[in-house]
Design a binder for this molecule. Structure first.
Ligand SMILES: Cc1ncc(COP(=O)(O)O)c(C=O)c1O
Length: 456
């Protein structure tokens, strides 16, 4: 059959609250043109993030009831630990309340002034935690990844040559870790190939630099490898994931993505000494090592979700549904990141709004327009999120100006997605009327979460 159906039935539903364009205009003004400042009940289709927004399965909800809330030695922890050990092959598992808590612990130990963390692309919280430690985060994305409109199978890859050069320039001793983000969220949800991970690993071994995986979307990435990389078409995703993790010395993970959990994360690794230091910090920041900032019920839900996500019927539907929306937009001439990524559609905002200069945040202007038109909430991944200032306070723009529409897992149906496409196309057809924005208030770090903006 050509039609790939949602591989689930719906047992429990949540209402969507409808509002009018006039109401949305006022809401947007009150939120200072920042989607993070809009209340969720004022949003019709919420594509702000795929993080923590998944619909949990009946098995996960049953797991919630099985959760054992003992402070120490809960069986829920051992189930969580065994699942992660089996999937990643890493013996030392440290639960955290979400991905950034794992990052905070790791980079507090390994970071500091004069250090460099190299990556295909660091996610914003990863970069912020690195910078907060005094170290620098370096993105070495492959050339294909820098051209949103040109399709290539593995646009999330790291630039191996640039990595070699960077190590020569700064010295391996100043690079505590290399991090590969799978899939590459900030780079468009694009996958990383197994070959690229192998090549990066080889360089890391030669230079004695440990390799960590930011594993938030490991199953989606593994499925792309199955679809696109020679030699993997017949392998089960669980085996592909195991191979992917086998090249790594450790990983951080936000369980709010590919584990279908509403909260949670972990660190996993091979190095006993590093794990000891992480657990020491864990106890003062997160909690005892067998719960680490989570309830026993969360540990259960994560363990179950980690196995569920490797169901290939699910992954086929998941990847196809993103492609479905992407293709609809391409047919209407909307400039989008190609090919479709694993968890989101990325609109190429600079092209969409070629009349709005980068200094006026074309991506953020598009986010506002989508909300006004159809109550859709997306997020800018461009110069508002990643831009910096030079000494004269001129904007140093981000590499790309994108708007991400992240699709929550197992939440929206095909008619929701059809509606989203209709709204985007409508906005595209009247894009000349949309105006740029200026920042009127901003925080020093992660400014996109709280920045206040106004139309120019
Ligand atoms: C690639 C990547 N790394 C890390 C994180 C941080 O995870 P959390 O939101 O659980 O702190 C995210 C969250 O979106 C992410 O996409």
């Amino acid at each position: 059959m050509k039609t790939i159906i949602e591989p689930f039935r719906i047992k429990s539903v949540e209402p969507i609250y409808f509002n009018s364009p006039e109401e949305r205009k006022q809401i947007l003004e009150k939120a200072f043109y920042n989607p993070f400042l809009i209340r969720s009940k004022d949003v019709l289709i919420d594509l702000l993030t795929d993080s923590g927004t998944s619909a949990m399965s009946s098995s996960q909800w049953a797991g919630i009831m099985h959760g054992d809330e003992s402070y120490a030695g809960s069986p829920s922890f051992f189930r969580f630990e065994e699942t992660i050990q089996r999937i990643t092959g890493m013996p030392l598992v440290i639960p955290t309340h979400q991905g950034r808590a794992a990052e905070k612990i790791l980079f507090s130990i390994l970071g500091g002034e004069g250090k460099y963390f190299v990556s295909n692309t660091l996610f914003d919280t990863t970069r912020a935690n690195i910078e907060f430690s005094g170290a620098e985060g370096i993105d070495l994305l492959c050339e294909e990844g820098k051209h949103p409109g040109i399709p290539a199978p593995f646009k999330g890859n790291m630039d191996v040559e640039a990595l070699k050069q960077f190590i020569i320039k700064k010295g391996a001793a100043n690079i505590p870790l290399c991090i590969i983000t799978v899939t590459n969220n900030s780079g468009g949800g694009q996958p990383v190939s197994m070959q690229n991970i192998r090549d990066v690993k080889k360089i890391c071994i030669e230079n004695k630099i440990p390799l960590f995986i930011d594993a938030c979307r490991f199953a989606e990435n593994s499925y792309f490898i199955k679809l696109r990389e020679e030699g993997y078409g017949e392998k089960p995703v669980s085996e592909i994931a195991k191979e992917l993790f086998s090249y790594a010395d450790g990983c951080t993970m936000s369980a709010k993505k590919d584990a279908f959990a509403n909260i949670g994360g972990f660190l996993a690794m091979h190095d006993e000494e590093l794990a000891l230091q992480c657990r020491n910090l864990l106890v003062i920041t997160e909690g005892f090592p067998t719960y680490g900032g989570l309830a026993g019920r969360d540990l259960e839900a994560i363990a179950i979700g980690l196995d569920e996500v490797m169901d290939e019927n699910y992954l086929q539907y998941r990847i196809r549904s993103i492609e479905y929306l992407t293709n609809k937009l391409i047919s209407a001439g909307v400039p989008v990141m190609q090919p479709a990524g694993g968890h989101a559609v990325y609109i190429h905002a600079k092209k969409f709004h070629d009349h709005i200069p980068v200094e006026q945040y074309p991506g953020q202007a598009l986010v506002g327009a989508l909300y006004l038109e159809g109550g859709i909430r997306g997020v800018e991944i461009g110069s508002l999120m990643f831009g910096k200032y030079d000494e004269q306070k001129n904007l140093i723009p981000a590499q790309l100006e994108l708007v991400r529409l992240a699709i929550p897992r197992r939440v929206y149906t095909q008619s929701h997605i059809d509606y989203v496409a209709e709204v985007i196309i409508e906005v595209f057809n009247k894009r000349e009327n949309i105006k740029g924005l200026k920042i009127i208030e901003e925080a020093i770090m992660l400014r996109h979460f709280t920045a206040k903006l106004a139309p120019i």
